[in-house]
Design a protein around this ligand. Structure first.
Ligand code: P53
Length: 495
């Protein structure tokens, strides 16, 4: 039995380009679907600005990830940028021009690992279509970032695809809806594996694959179950082939898949609720089942039949998925949800919020705070797969009140992490879970994916910027900065 966290445990933090990097028109970067999304709030959906075939400009709702009731973008329409609209991704919190300063702060906290995503259209402005040359300035940017990490002995954990599709691929191939996108993705993967083989040994293929939908997240015009699951099939094939390429080019690298896996409980012991919760959970676990075990699970036929979905596979697809499974399963965990048969299920991805749980507190955004749920999830996943796990997102989005110097006394955040890390420790020591690391989400304040707000903050570092993009972008350590530094220094002993 382990007594504590392993020596080489990867403590760190997590970000994504579309919410953190900015520099959307700098350094030769091409446009991505995330560049057309406005900001919103908890009750005002974010919107996508689009131009119709006849030139008419309009907007459609970008529903939250996982919501299948999503607007369709008409044939021939495409995302466009309206000069009078504020788009949070364009500047985000400008990691593009602050990376040295930010990585120095991560170094000061003692990070062993820093999770970031690549903006695909920075590497290949059109997404890597046949004959396209990579954008050297884009490649150089990430190379500089990884070298900066190396200075502080920080291991980069690189997500290849996180909520943004090159606009060209969305417009020409219906994004991941089109089989052509697989080859483009693999050209990008080959380029970055080759270029960064000495700098990056930990990779993630596709972020939260289960909750992706629509134009914003997958580049598809439609969001019917048929289109969504066909696109996911393309992602399974692409992900498996990316695993293959990664192992060929960087033999000592590890490459994992990523699923949103916040836990789900049955409301009570009514058998229909208990089985229903298990069945609903399959909407999320089907993804890790396929990518970790290498085949569509036994319940898949019925799952797709119920939704009227027929997956079109090319000969050889199943063999590819079987031959190149993921090395590890990484996942996000924010909250637990409550299932019962009467609740209206507005998603099929196993991830909605469900009913109120009277036994736990909630954040200002209604997300249940449930540390034991994290130990539950770790055990559920390790019992199921017996392969390494990696918690690559966890945290608490709150309204932080900064003083005039930007300092935030975030004792609530410290409490959240203290309680969650204590449960993670039990999973490692008592349940025997093989856990590679822990990278809390938004280690520095960044744009919310759900709402596009800045005021939903997760960071150990405060960034001076508001929901409309005003602010100096000044970085200030919060109280939790020193606390997390101590946790890392003691390898999780002193909470
Ligand atoms: P925000 C929905 C539900 C759970 C996780 O979310 C989600 C989403 C998407 O909104 O996304 C992940 O920013 C995602 C990150 C995201 C983070 O959770 O809405 O991988 O990009 O920022 C937190 O509070």
């Amino acid at each position: 039995m382990k007594k504590t966290f392993p020596e080489n445990f990867l403590w760190g933090g997590a970000t994504a380009a579309n919410q953190y990097e900015g520099g959307y028109s700098e350094g030769g970067r091409g446009l991505a679907t995330s560049d057309f999304i406005t900001n919103g709030s908890a009750d005002r959906p974010r919107k996508i600005t689009i131009k119709l075939k006849d030139g008419t400009k309009t907007m459609v709702n970008r529903r939250p990830a996982g919501d299948p009731k999503i607007d369709t973008i008409p044939e021939g329409a495409s995302g466009y940028i309206d000069e009078n609209v504020y788009y949070p991704s364009h500047k985000a919190v400008d990691f593009y021009n602050h990376y040295k300063e930010d990585i120095a702060l991560y170094g000061e906290m003692g990070f062993k690992c820093f999770r970031l995503s690549l903006s695909w259209s920075r590497i290949f402005p059109k997404g890597g279509i046949e004959g396209e040359q990579p954008n050297e300035e884009g490649l150089k940017f990430y190379e500089d970032v990884f070298k900066e990490c190396k200075k502080y002995n920080i291991e980069p954990l690189v997500t290849l695809y996180h909520f943004e599709t090159p606009a060209y691929l969305a417009n020409h191939f219906n994004g991941w809806g089109g089989r052509e996108t697989i080859a483009c993705f693999l050209r990008m993967c080959k380029e970055v594996f080759t270029r960064y083989k000495d700098l990056v040994k930990h990779w993630i293929t596709i972020n939260e694959i289960n909750v992706l939908n629509g134009y914003a997240f997958m580049g598809t015009r439609e969001a019917t179950a048929q289109v969504r699951y066909q696109a996911k099939h393309h992602m399974f094939v692409a992900s498996a082939l990316a695993n293959k390429l990664c192992h060929e080019i960087i033999p000592d690298a590890k490459i994992g898949c990523m699923v949103a896996l916040s836990s789900i409980y049955p409301k009570d012991c009514k058998p229909e609720n208990v089985f229903g919760a298990l069945d609903y959970r399959r909407g999320a676990l089907i993804y890790s089942d396929i990518m970790m075990r290498g085949y569509y699970p036994s319940y898949a036929d019925h799952f797709f039949e119920e939704m009227g979905v027929t997956i079109k596979k090319e000969p050889g697809d199943d063999k590819i998925i079987r031959a190149y499974p993921s090395d590890f399963l990484s996942f996000s965990y924010y909250r637990s949800s409550v299932y019962h048969t009467e609740i209206v299920q507005n998603t099929d991805t196993g991830g909605q919020m469900g009913d109120v749980n009277p036994f736990v507190e909630k954040t200002e955004w209604g997300w249940a705070i449930d540390p034991i749920g994290l130990r539950y999830t770790l055990s559920e996943l390790y019992d199921r797969y017996q392969k390494p796990l990696f918690i690559v997102e966890n945290g608490m989005g709150t309204i932080d009140k900064a003083d005039k110097d930007g300092y935030v006394e975030d004792d609530y955040r410290i409490q959240y992490f203290r309680d969650h890390i204590a449960e993670i420790k039990k999973a490692v020591t008592l349940d025997g879970v093989d856990l590679m690391g822990y990278t809390p989400w938004g280690c520095i304040d960044l744009v919310s994916a759900g709402t596009g707000e800045m005021k939903k903050r997760y960071g150990f570092i405060y960034v001076d910027m508001d929901d409309e993009g005003n602010g100096t972008l000044k970085r200030t350590k919060k109280k939790s900065f020193d606390w997390y530094k101590k946790v890392i220094a003691t390898n999780g002993e002193d909470l």
